[in-house]
Ligand binder design. Structure first.
Ligand SMILES: Nc1ncnc2c1ncn2[C@@H]1O[C@H](COP(=O)(O)OP(=O)(O)OP(=O)(O)O)[C@@H](O)[C@H]1O
Ligand SMILES: [Mg+2]
Length: 476
């Protein structure tokens, strides 16, 4: 039984009980302080509450933790397996926590000390609310240092009768791994795209087929060793063990797209604060992924320069009055910067929208250039899905439809049940996606059997094990 202290900021419509995680039973609570605040047009209730809780952890299932180290915020999502019927279970998000980021810029660690302190405070917040320690996490990795490369692995089928086994598939993928990795790079994922059995290409699952020669075409995703070491060092210093490092955009894609969308062809774009990551899937295969060094903070800087005001005021202008569609704003509409913490000055809202539009169009042009490289510009039936904090910009989706000539929508974390408002916020897509990834990986490990679609997307357990060994060697 523990006494916990919660400082919660909630929409005024959310009852206090919603701030208390479902894994705890509340015996008593008393509210020390309540404050009503208005931000971004919503009323928030800030309250400090002392709750007398008991950790119930009803199903005794371990927590599955996803940790996203963003340039603007550190986010942690906590999930747990819950049984929905005798045979079936699903993942439930039981906690979503956020603290402002420090020591991270453009998605990579710039100060281990500051980043460690920020991750620690997020972890403490989560543990205090959940009333239980968190021991290990699935950690997202991002940054401009990530490289993707195509590779091919070829092996002779092992069994004398020519029946292809999982072991043959693992050997083929291992062979694909031996691609010449640039000096100082480590492989993060080996993602098999398709197999070729005795010259017959386009095989999705070769296990059980008969042949002599098995080939695999795979995407190899690698990261700079020094960046990987900095990230792992930072997480280990907080006392968290790392289950695995997962490319952030791949994790986010898990929770915001369906396998049907990935089959038909879809692009996912994570608009972060200083970077924009993208990934394209078709026929269930990863076609391309990459990171562009422009994010939503660039829009804020443009507004600050355009209006000759501070970054803080510009950020409020963007969030509270910004839109990517100047056409829809009346020419005469004006806002007073004095209302947003700046000096009293009236500025045209259409002018602000034009500044925003210019930068958003630049991001779209960069994405379209990448789509052109793989011949998918305006050619993805399931369209483009935006996620990340920057995706919340008004008018973004409409402008994307027009400029990218694709169906466009916002991607909220899905495929999990969530008891929290925040679990379904676009900013939490990566953290929630990491818990989904962890959940699916633990499902795959449990039953023996065939190479499932999920494993074939992620690469095999063995691949992850290699990295785990690397992590252990890095523990300070
Ligand atoms: N309602 C909103 N309208 C417009 N922009 C928003 C809104 N809410 C948040 N943003 C912007 O989203 C960005 C933060 O996004 P996010 O939290 O996904 O970034 P991050 O993950 O910390 O960064 P990165 O992925 O680049 O490391 C900030 O630039 C912020 O201004
Ligand atoms: Mg991010």
């Amino acid at each position: 039984m523990v006494w916990s202290y919660v400082n919660w900021r909630n929409r005024i419509t959310t009852p206090i009980r919603a701030a208390i995680p479902p894994t705890t039973t509340v015996n008593t609570f008393f509210v020390q302080y309540i404050h009503i605040d208005t931000f971004a047009g919503c009323h928030f209730l800030d309250y400090h509450v002392y709750i007398h809780t008991e950790h119930t952890d009803m199903n005794n299932e371990p927590f599955i933790v996803g940790l996203d180290l963003g340039s603007s915020a550190i986010r942690l999502a906590v999930g747990q397996r819950v049984s929905v019927s005798e045979k079936e279970s699903e993942l439930q998000v039981v906690g979503a926590f956020e603290v402002p980021s420090a020591g991270i810029s453009k998605g990579v660690i710039s100060s281990i000390e500051d980043a460690t302190a920020a991750v620690s405070s997020c972890l403490e917040k989560a543990e205090r609310v959940l009333g239980a320690p968190l021991e290990r996490a699935w950690v997202g990795i991002s940054g401009l240092h990530i490289l993707t490369e195509e590779s091919r692995g070829v092996v002779a089928v092992g069994k004398p009768n020519g029946e292809i086994t999982e072991e043959d598939v693992e050997r083929a993928i291992e062979a694909a791994r031996t691609v010449a990795t640039p000096l100082n790079y480590e492989i993060l994922h080996v993602i098999p795209k398709s197999f070729t059995v005795d010259g017959q290409s386009g095989v999705k699952d070769p296990v059980g087929m008969t042949g002599i020669r098995l080939e695999v075409d795979a995407q190899i995703i690698q990261g700079l060793s020094s960046q990987i070491k900095n990230l792992t060092k930072c997480v280990y210093r907080t006392g968290l063990d790392i289950e695995d490092l997962v490319l952030s955009i791949l994790a986010a894609t898990e929770t915001i797209t369906s396998s049907r969308q990935k089959e038909l062809g879809v692009a996912v774009v994570d608009l972060g604060s200083s970077t924009t990551s993208y990934v394209v899937f078709e026929e269930g295969d990863l076609l391309t992924t990459g990171i562009i060094p422009i994010g939503s903070d660039h829009i804020t800087s443009d507004i600050a320069i355009g209006l000759r005001t501070s970054i803080d005021v510009a950020e409020r202008v963007k969030i509270e009055h910004g839109t990517a569609l100047p056409k829809e704003i009346n020419k005469k509409e004006e806002i007073n910067l004095g209302d947003l913490g700046g000096e009293n000055e009236l500025v045209s809202r259409r002018y602000i929208a034009e500044i925003i539009q210019a930068r958003v169009e630049e991001i779209f042009e960069r994405i379209d250039r990448e789509l052109k490289k793989i011949g998918r510009s305006a050619m993805l039936p399931s369209g483009i899905i935006f996620t990340g904090g920057g995706a919340r910009l008004n008018g973004l989706v409409e402008l994307a439809k027009e400029k990218l000539r694709l169906p466009a929508s916002l991607g909220y974390p899905g495929g999990v049940s969530s008891l929290l408002d925040r679990g379904s916020d676009t900013s939490f897509a990566t953290a929630v996606g990491l818990t989904v990834w962890g959940y699916e990986m633990s499902k795959d490990r449990a039953p023996k059997g065939r190479l499932s679609q999920f494993v074939s997307i992620r690469g095999l357990g063995k691949v992850s094990m290699g990295l785990k060994k690397l992590f252990k060697s890095l523990i300070p």
